[in-house]
Write a protein that binds this ligand. Structure first.
Ligand code: PLP
Length: 436
């Protein structure tokens, strides 16, 4: 049997590759789309579910193995941590059953997963996809279909619908998702973007009212993240989302929430719309934690009268809803429920935000704000400080967290992290801020 230790690439077993070897391959051969942390390589799960075993360059040019706390959980995708026994055994057990089969033949797992999804999300119908951006692309399609049939002031349909999106939300890298976003596009040189999409500021009711008035019956939907995660964990004002929902309902327009980062228990409720006491939204997109981090799984979920507008040949996906995804998706939901992860996220989130706020209070000249809900927390430093320095400092102090939008540090560890793990994050932040 070939094991990882036997695989030789570039003239040596990959386990013998140095960090410099890895960096060279990434720089020379990989498209430069991220700015990864320097001098560190993840080797695998650590001794605890929320730790990672890493190799790091020492100042003297050598490399040493150590463990760091994972305070990012792959942008909320890993609620149970990296080596959760139930998930690992479940995935391993399934792998032997079959590789994949297409949607043109039914399999034993998709139907049950859809029922589990319905129970967990409280939505009516589902379109399984792979990445988050694909779910958002499908949302744009079905919004347009719905608008042509049922949109407009009289509900009899409109031919030129407008989709509103909130500025600085993140929705992914497909063309539709990219058009929904206003950030990261400067100098991107990829236009023209999708027509029929316009932007308004997040957390701004008058702006929503003004655009609806301006388009005079053409606004078909407003899509937004309930909490802006990638932008730096911006939480809306109390009552904002409820008012948005009322306005959209009154104007026959759909409320579409991108719950890809806020869903699956992270805020201390299954979904943000429940956390904020909303009525069921018209559409939500979900992803990330759907497989507890083991597979790329996403889904567009919606009300029946909208989702039933999809017909054969207007949508599809080779891997969307494939057997392993459906099985792991079901297992994840079962484990979230069994372990009461929403309550854990609420309790641990309160503790985590509390200790991070205490640290921030010790460094008022450096930290502008700590904000968040549940286990999704942002620490914003004043603009004269570099977020990347903050991430590197955290790493040196034993914690992997990553800056977003230059001055924000996103902290979203696996929900199962214990108090000691959270204390380690706070203590690393304290040391890092002191050195900044
Ligand atoms: N929507 C939100 C809120 C996200 O945070 C992300 C990814 O970070 C996406 C969409 C895109 O997901 P994916 O990278 O799986 O396409």
């Amino acid at each position: 049997m070939t094991t990882l230790n036997d695989v030789r690439v570039g003239g040596k077993p990959i386990r013998e590759w140095t960090i410099k070897d890895h960096n060279k391959a990434l720089n020379d051969l990989g498209a430069h789309i991220y700015e990864p942390l320097d001098g560190v390589l993840v080797l695998g799960a650590g001794s605890k579910p929320w730790t990672l075993k890493v190799r790091m360059e020492t100042g003297s040019g050598e490399e040493k193995e150590t463990e760091v706390v994972d305070a990012l959980a792959c942008y909320s995708a890993v609620p149970f941590g990296h080596n959760d026994k139930v998930m690992v055994e479940g995935v391993q057990e399934f792998i032997g059953r079959m590789a994949t089969i297409p949607r043109s033949i039914s399999h034993e797992y998709l139907g049950p997963w859809l029922v589990a999804l319905q129970e967990y999300t409280e939505m009516d119908m589902f379109l399984p996809k792979n990445s988050g951006t694909e779910a958002n692309e499908a949302a744009i399609k079905v919004i347009r279909k719905w608008a042509r049939k049922h949109g407009g002031k009289d509900g009899k349909g409109i031919c030129d619908p407008i989709i509103l999106a909130a500025k600085n939300c993140f929705h992914g890298r497909g063309f539709g998702s990219t058009t929904l976003m206003t950030s990261d596009l400067e100098g991107c040189d990829i236009g023209p973007l999708l027509p029929g999409i316009d932007h308004i500021p997040f957390n701004d009711i008058p702006a929503l009212e003004a655009k609806i008035k301006e388009y005079d019956g053409r606004v078909a939907a407003f899509i937004l993240e309930p909490i802006q995660a990638e932008a730096g964990i911006f939480v809306p004002d109390d009552g904002y989302l409820k008012r948005v929902q009322e306005i959209l309902k009154a104007n026959n327009a759909l409320m579409v929430l991108d719950e890809i980062q806020t869903g699956y228990g992270r805020l201390g409720a299954n979904f943000a719309w429940q956390f904020y006491g909303l009525d069921t939204p018209d559409l939500i997109t979900i992803g990330k934690a759907m497989s507890a981090g083991f597979l790329p799984i996403s889904c567009l979920c919606g009300k029946k009268e909208i989702m039933e507008l999809f017909t054969p040949h207007t949508e599809g996906s080779t891997f969307g809803g494939f057997p392993l995804a459906a099985y792991v998706g079901m297992l994840t939901i079962a484990e979230l429920k069994r372990r009461n992860m929403t309550q854990l996220a609420a309790e641990s989130g309160k503790y985590l935000r509390g200790i991070l706020a205490d640290v921030a209070a010790k460094h008022p000249e450096k930290v502008k704000e700590v904000r968040g809900e549940g286990m999704l927390v942002g620490v914003e430093v004043f603009p004269k400080f570099e977020g990347h320095e903050l991430s590197m400092g955290m790493l040196r102090n034993g914690v992997y967290a990553k800056e977003t939008h230059k001055t924000n540090l996103r902290i979203a560890p696996p929900i199962v992290i214990d108090k000691e793990g959270m204390d380690a994050i706070a203590s690393a932040l304290d040391k890092t801020l002191a050195d900044l």
